[in-house]
Design a protein around this ligand. Sequence first.
Ligand SMILES: C[S@@+](CC[C@H](N)C(=O)[O-])C[C@H]1O[C@@H](n2cnc3c(N)ncnc32)[C@H](O)[C@@H]1O
Length: 392
Amino acid sequence: MGKHGKKQSLNHRRGKRTSYTVEDDNEDEIHDYPPTSSAREVALSNSDQESQEDEENQEKEKGFDGTNSGIPSKYSLYQQSVQSPKGDISYLQKFFLMYVGGRAPLHLQEDFCGTALLSVEWLHSDARRTAVGLDLDVEALNWCLENNINRIGADVSSRISLFHGNVLQPLESKLVNGNPLEIMQNMTLEDNEGDSMAGTTNSELQGSPKAVHDTKSLKDVQLPARDIVCAFNYSCCCLHNRKDLILYFKHALNALSRKGGIFVMDLYGGTSSEGALRLQRRFSNFTYTWEQAEFDIIQRKTRISLHFNLHKQHRKIRHAFSYSWRLWSLPEVKDCLEEAGFRSVHFWIRNMPDSEQIRRTDGFSAGRDVKYEEATSFQQQDSWNAYIVGVA
Ligand SMILES: C[S@@+](CC[C@H](N)C(=O)[O-])C[C@H]1O[C@@H](n2cnc3c(N)ncnc32)[C@H](O)[C@@H]1O
């Protein structure tokens, strides 16, 4: 049977209709060279290598789409190939201590959270920690509930709240899980001294527990003011105009604690980011492809598509994820953060291996020791990654 005859829609899962397709692996388009892009974040550090190994060990145990199809969920594949929550969290802690200090960061908001893997990892390291995740994609949030949150035990899962909505109107977003009352009960008073709660005031904290249960929007739910708000995997590139970017930054600033807090996002760039590019990374059970379309230099826009090729199943999940991105520049982001009201902005950058070079070498060894360094000036490269820290 030909490729199209065997095309299998995966829209039977909970949530909105999925737009990706699974195809027979009968095209010779997978080249076995290591990838870069967001996955290069995972590939280039020692700690990331360890978490990569952990994830590959778990690969057999989890991630199938809940049916008997034998096809792993695209979210599971994404988490294994793209995300690196431990590395991100260690930088978040470092930035908080450097730019705020005086207390341990406990309360995280992960905007554009997708399956909220970072939030779940955040909760594990300290029993006092809470997390809020916000995303537009209810299917990703539902997958998170079933696969990331339901497995972590009530003591951990009671400390996370997931909201479905738009980062440009966060207060209107709807709670899809959790018991915010428990979050409040777990908090000590000094956690919020001098702060108002998100969408409410301290005096309202004494309100009836039932009112908390009955309300479902973020504006009505009582949550601890956040120490850190983050937006990772280049998610701010989903916002295409300056007005929206500033509005989003204002919302992020508003969620942060009056005692001090930080907003952290990541960004990529370099000469190789402004043109078509196709990069792949091989895992034990699948190959991940980052496909970058042509780059529009007037709008600074490109389309990024993520594909997965499943080795054992001889199947491809093409366009598992597809994003229309505006590639912001570092100074544009700095200007917008300042305009939104952040007190200072810091860049932490690392050079990435040339995309040409890593086509011919092992992605797990190339540049692994390169760490992020704070920079006020950085010469253009083929490829770089940056954390941008806005201090409230
Ligand atoms: C590149 S993914 C990043 C997911 C996750 N943060 C990570 O680190 O892998 C971008 C996410 O942003 C979400 N998104 C895009 N625009 C959004 C918006 N305006 N408000 C909320 N979420 C949005 C998408 O649904 C998607 O889950």
